[in-house]
Design a protein around this ligand. Structure first.
Ligand SMILES: Cc1cc2nc3c(=O)[nH]c(=O)nc-3n(C[C@H](O)[C@H](O)[C@H](O)COP(=O)(O)O)c2cc1C
Length: 332
């Protein structure tokens, strides 16, 4: 079965790859992922804070919140808390490039234009085949308007775009007032791929110790439908290729993602829970499923259930909300 796909301009044998995570920290695991069939390797993110702390230069983004430099430093993580420092990160790209044949995708996390973005160029020089720009941020400052934040993100993307020749993808959160508009602006800014969606790690409160607990829970498939909706809405509407991240655990999750329009499918929680072999299992089950359902290739299925192609486009839109609420009946 032809499972090939094109993502970020790369012709890949199939869409399955690990998402950004500690999975690429150790060469041994990277090789195991490649052996299990990973179509690409994605490194964890190098963070804006990491780079700016390392360079001890500018703290503009923290200043914007009105803290002094000393205070800002105490809020930012200690440089030693980061798993890979900036130099080690570049070295890790070089080591992975020597070890595998599949495309190697580096990841930068931050949202403000600045000198730290020079690292995109260093990543390219270190051999990265593409870069994910992870636009993870929390808009907690009441003086920041949605438009100002979006402008800043677009400017950041433009700045990276102008510094490197390799493909650039953006990893997005769903928390935009008008997500489709933001996606189109990013498309116009020249991103080659959009990755939907990052997961936000939610705080809990320890009511006895009066502490905020930040725990990282791995996902399950219930997180996928949010991604399916937006993949389906963007599929065929933007030039950028689309990747899904968040809640992909089973072969059916992959099939749904591709039908909604995904060109690449990233897994992290499933790999952390069940190991690299998940990639091989899903790949083989995917091929069998397509054969049983008389598809000629994965591309034939790609986007077949997008907003533009599916028989009931209203299912993705507001009309479905009305329908769902009015047709609900208690179980008898
Ligand atoms: C331990 C861990 C570390 C992660 N580190 C990063 C990171 O550095 N950069 C990034 O963009 N995403 C990071 N992620 C998010 C994943 O790439 C992925 O988007 C998210 O876990 C949702 O996918 P999943 O449901 O398959 O886990 C991390 C996730 C986990 C669980």
């Amino acid at each position: 079965m032809d499972l090939s796909t094109t993502y970020l301009g790369f012709d890949l044998p199939h869409p399955l790859m690990p998402g950004a995570s500690p999975l690429a920290d150790e060469l041994d695991m990277v090789k195991r992922l490649e052996d299990a069939g990973a179509a690409a390797i994605v490194l964890r993110s190098l963070f804006e804070e990491q780079i700016t702390l390392d360079q001890l230069s500018t703290f503009h983004h923290i200043d914007a919140h009105g803290f002094s430099h000393q205070e800002a430093c105490s809020y930012a993580p200690d440089p030693h808390e980061f798993a890979l420092g900036p130099d080690t990160y570049l070295e890790q790209i070089r080591r992975i490039k020597l070890a595998v044949r599949v495309p190697v995708i580096a990841s930068l996390n931050g949202t403000s234009p600045g000198g730290w973005l020079h690292y995109a160029q260093l990543m390219e020089e270190a051999g990265a085949d593409a870069i994910e720009l992870n636009l993870y941020m929390l808009a907690t400052n009441p003086h920041d308007s949605a438009a100002a934040l979006e402008d800043r993100a677009i400017e950041t993307v433009r700045s990276v775009r102008s510094q490197v020749k390799i493909p650039l993808a953006v990893k997005l959160s769903p928390f935009y007032t008008s997500f489709a508009h933001v996606a189109h602006r990013l498309d116009d800014a020249g991103v080659g791929g959009m990755i939907l969606f990052n997961r936000f790690y939610q705080p809990g409160i320890d009511v006895e110790e009066l502490e905020v607990r930040s725990e990282l829970h791995l996902s399950d498939s219930s997180e996928l439908p949010l991604r399916l909706r937006w993949l389906a809405i963007l599929s065929g509407a933007v030039k950028a290729s689309l990747a899904v991240t968040g809640g992909v655990h089973t072969t059916l999750d992959v099939i749904q993602s591709v039908m909604a329009g995904a060109h690449a499918v990233q897994l992290v929680s499933a790999l952390l829970k069940r190991g690299p072999q998940v990639l091989a299992t899903i790949r083989s089950e995917l091929a069998s499923w397509l054969e049983e359902h008389e598809y000629e290739s994965l591309r034939q299925m790609q986007g077949s259930m997008s907003l533009r192609s599916c028989p009931d486009p209203q299912a993705y839109e507001r009309a479905n909300y009305l329908h769902m609420l009015h047709s609900w009946k208690p179980a008898s």
